[in-house]
Design a protein around this ligand. Structure first.
Ligand code: NAG
Ligand code: CU
Length: 168
């Protein structure tokens, strides 16, 4: 009986913890991708990890999204032959760690918006690290992402669920 409860608790934990590892990050929050917003200030307040997705929401035709390199970012110049994302709900998966740059390629929005921001993608939270449960958390990981507290919450909920299963 108790082992069944434990398995159910484990399933609950897996369901709750998994989504906290890969986040869907909506650029600009509810304002979306538009003119007149400081996207660099927005981005600087967020930790990006491999596996997270960036979502750009805007009215199709009004804007677009182009991934550029550092030089192009400074110049607000899209690379020749770049194929901008134009759907109005563009989803980009952050597949590799490192510095990434995004701009709007419509008119002079990159300069005047300024519709541009740079981010640094950290390695994924759930990616290859031996014995993650036994290694102490890195001082910088978790604290800012809310991963720690939400994991604690998950275990509390799982423990409660297990308790209810046993006493039911
Ligand atoms: C950025 O891409 C351009 C081509 O559009 C290339 O000439 C330039 O060297 C690249 N810069 C960096 C820093 O990779
Ligand atoms: Cu634009």
């Amino acid at each position: 009986m108790a082992s069944k409860a434990f398995l159910i608790a484990l399933a609950i934990v897996a369901t709750i913890v998994a989504p906290t590892r890969a986040k869907e990050i909506v650029v600009g929050g509810k304002d979306g991708w538009m003119l007149g917003m400081d996207y660099q200030a927005w981005a600087d307040g967020i930790e990006f990890h491999v596996g997270d997705t960036l979502v750009f929401n805007y009215k199709p035709g009004a804007h677009n999204v182009i991934k550029v390199n550092g030089t192009e970012f400074k110049l607000c110049a899209a690379p020749l032959g770049a194929a901008p994302l134009t759907s109005g709900h563009d989803v980009i998966t952050l597949a590799a760690p490192g510095r990434k740059w995004y701009i709007c390629g419509v008119a002079d929005h990159c300069h005047t918006g300024p519709m541009k921001f740079a981010i640094t993608v950290q390695p994924g939270l759930g990616s290859p690290s031996p014995a993650p449960a036994l290694t102490p958390p890195k001082p910088d990981a978790g604290a800012a992402t809310g991963f720690g507290p939400s994991k604690t919450l998950s275990w509390l909920i799982a423990a409660l669920a297990a308790f209810m299963m046993i006493t039911a």
